[in-house]
Write a protein that binds this ligand. Structure first.
Ligand code: 3PG
Length: 394
């Protein structure tokens, strides 16, 4: 892709689409990884003398200006991180008088942040009017919002029609490189670890990865549907009855393809879905009717860690158990630790697994932690992401 390194931005107005969709609690940003990940591109543009106009969505205001979804806290925190003034153009219609005036007043190297793009209802419909409004602010468009790349919205796709030049930012390029290389030209052995609650969230990921990997590991809530498809009792564990046949098909596909397919051999079961409840470890097939699996057991942790040890590429998406509960975080911690210790290139698909790795303090031990949740999953499904496709179409 053409990047910010390939263009001259001196004195130009540059609209940068970032993914500043960060979690907020009482107006405070609780995880600022998406902000820090955007800094290299913003700093480069500032240094090269661009007029830097930032935009992003936040949450799902559905076309209504909602004060609790204002980007004001992001503007404030960004100014601190950049050590520079960030003018927040707080128009309810995003490109209004405040934005136009702020842009007109910009000097080279200045930074403006527009209001939440989803305050405009056309945004999620990729409508022309808002795309044009956004495009009217700048000559160059930089897409650095990998986290939003699976959406075809005005601020990442439509807007490209209304600017002279489009390129990707460093974060977008890095995400495409790491995830793309892992999936399309991995160093082998290539191991994928999938977890999380539901099989239905990862149907196409499993199917696509079975064409690519040497080993596929399944843990987390989704494992029980696979275990059930092999005839095991799973008690009150999460089970998607309508995906049992699919799970069986995938196990058969793995055999056909010669993929080493690993499922839990033991499970930490609990009496209730909470931290403070009786729990014990049982071997595969021995989950009693009144118990539910909330984590992978010790033997499984060893099995999974061993599979990762000699790998050259590991992709991980989805926790191994209910890691929010201390008593059931052991499996997720063990896998994070195994990844931290291997020499393999380790790539963490975003969302819960990225949060888990960061919370557990293994963040700086991984080769790459994606800022995309849905976007990284769709990438692993082998789909072309609309935001990526449009990102350098000019
Ligand atoms: C995300 O957090 O996955 C992206 O920012 C996209 O947000 P969305 O799911 O609300 O479109």
């Amino acid at each position: 892709k053409k990047t910010v390194d390939d263009i001259n931005v001196q004195g130009k107005k540059v609209l940068v689409r970032c993914d500043f969709n960060v979690p907020l609690k009482d107006g405070v940003i609780t995880d600022e990884n998406r902000l820090t990940a955007a800094l290299p591109t913003i700093n480069k543009l500032i240094k090269d003398g661009a007029k830097v106009i930032l935009c992003s969505h936040l949450g799902k205001p559905k076309g209504e200006p909602k004060p609790e979804l204002s980007l004001a806290p992001v503007a404030k925190r960004l100014a601190e991180l950049l050590d520079k003034e960030v003018v927040f153009a707080a128009d309810d219609n995003v490109v209004g008088d405040n934005a136009k005036k702020a842009v007109a007043d910009m000097k080279d190297g200045d930074v403006v942040l527009l209001q939440n793009t989803r305050y405009r209802k056309e945004e999620t419909k990729n409508g022309d009017e808002f795309s044009k409004d956004l495009g009217s602010l700048a000559e160059i468009f930089v897409n650095d919002a990998f986290g939003t790349a699976h959406r075809a919205h005005c601020s990442n796709v439509g807007v490209t029609k209304y600017v002279d030049t489009c390129v990707v930012g460093y974060l977008m390029q890095k995400e495409i490189d790491f995830l793309g290389n892992a999936v399309n030209s991995p160093k082998r052995p290539f191991v994928a670890i999938l977890g999380g609650a539901k099989v239905s969230d990862k149907i196409n990921v499993i199917n696509n990865l079975l064409d690519k990997v040497d080993t596929l590991i399944i843990g987390g809530g989704m494992a029980y549907t696979f275990l059930k498809s092999m005839g095991n009792e799973v008690g009150l564990s999460l089970l998607e009855e309508d995906k049992v046949d699919y799970a069986k098909e995938m196990i058969d596909k793995a055999k056909e393809k010669g993929v080493n397919f690993l499922l839990p051999v033991d499970t930490v079961v609990a009496q209730e879905f909470k931290n403070d409840t009786p729990f014990k470890t049982v071997v595969r097939g021995n989950i009693e009717p009144d118990w539910e699996g909330l984590d992978i057991g010790e033997k499984t942790r060893e099995l999974f860690a061993n599979a990762v040890k000699d790998a050259k590429t590991v992709v991980w998406n989805g926790p191994m158990g209910v890691f929010e509960f201390e008593n059931f975080a052991g499996g997720t911690i063990a896998v994070a630790k195994a990844l931290a210790e291997t020499d393999a290139t380790t790539i963490i698909g975003g969302g819960d697994s990225a949060a888990a790795v960061n919370q557990l303090g293994f963040g700086d031990k991984m080769t790459h932690i994606s800022t995309g949740g849905g976007a990284s999953l769709e990438f692993l499904e082998g789909k072309e992401l609309p935001g990526v496709a449009a990102a350098d179409n000019k």
